[in-house]
Design a protein around this ligand. Structure first.
Ligand code: KIV
Length: 286
């Protein structure tokens, strides 16, 4: 049976059925293979890679070439999940639609993704409209939008006041109207996220936005316990991979130092006939 990849219609049907949509970020081949095999229907090659993979302070240092590099690796492994790629900081804007189209086109064609994600509310309406008109499926992203961190002034919950909540509702409606097929709601009060989710026909994917969203997204390194420097309140650890890797590394160091590794099971012998007579490339001769 040919493998079928999740598409936007599947996601719309999931919302209609009330079936929650699990999404997780991913940035490399090996992890993507595992997530795909586990059955995650949506993988986000997020620009959070700038922080959890590359060690930057924010997502602003991430370039389109970096995104494409990681998305390509993910797309070589994930055959069933829909791959969504983040368009990075300052590579798209409603005041420059041709550049926005070029950015999204490269992200899709070179990165092997099936959809792109853009951050921003009503100001992104024109970008979303232009991309969708060119056949590029778009996920919106409102609430806390990390690419605007210096405008927002910190990583904090958005939409807490009546006025801010109304702005977010208008933003969500504008993105849906422009043609976004789903919207990420990041750090939005749970009752507001639930209200937005009920108002829209397209799915909402929450992160720090409560259980009323149609789906949830988590950052791989948070969920797997790989990134230990900081665990945001909205993140849940489903594994402790950093601990397992640290223990394994200590075990390895000990075995190398003691000579327990490599043993004969992990070493190679020579042909019986020439045993004891190293050839010209033998390390013993070098
Ligand atoms: O880059 C990312 O990981 C994201 C998620 C937090 C939604 O945009």
């Amino acid at each position: 049976m040919p493998v079928r990849r999740t598409n936007i219609h599947d996601l719309w049907e999931m919302k209609k059925r009330g079936e929650k949509i699990p999404m997780m970020t991913c940035y490399d081949y090996t992890s993507a293979k595992i997530l795909d095999e586990a059955g995650v229907p949506m993988i986000l090659v997020g620009d959070s890679l700038g922080m959890v993979v590359l060690g930057h302070e924010s997502t602003l240092r991430v370039t389109l070439d970096m995104m494409i590099h990681h998305s390509r690796a993910v797309s070589r492994a994930a055959k069933k999940a829909m791959i969504v790629i983040d368009l990075p900081f300052a590579t798209y804007s409603s005041s420059d639609l041709p550049t926005s189209l070029k950015t999204a086109g490269r992200a899709m064609a070179e990165g092997g993704a099936q959809a792109v994600k853009v951050e921003g509310g009503r100001r992104m309406g024109a970008v979303v409209g232009a991309l969708v008109a060119s056949g590029i499926p778009v996920v919106g992203h409102i609430g806390l939008t990390p690419q605007s961190i210096h405008m927002i002034g910190g990583y904090r919950v958005q939409g807490r006041t009546q006025e801010a909540a109304e702005r977010l509702i208008l933003a969500a409606q504008a993105l849906e109207k422009a043609g976004a097929f789903a919207i990420v709601l990041e750090l939005v009060p749970a009752p507001l996220a639930e209200k937005i989710s009920k108002m829209l026909t397209i799915p909402t994917i929450g992160i720090g936005a409560g259980p009323g969203c149609d789906g949830q997204v988590q950052v791989f390194h948070d969920a797997m316990g790989l990134y230990e420097e900081f665990l945001p309140r909205h993140a849940k650890r489903y594994a402790n991979l950093a601990g397992s890797i640290r223990d394994a590394a200590k075990n390895y160091i000990e075995e190398v130092k003691s000579g327990a590794f490599p043993d004969s099971a992990h070493s190679f012998d020579m042909d019986q006939a020439i045993k004891g007579e190293p050839g010209p490339h033998s390390p013993r001769k070098a």
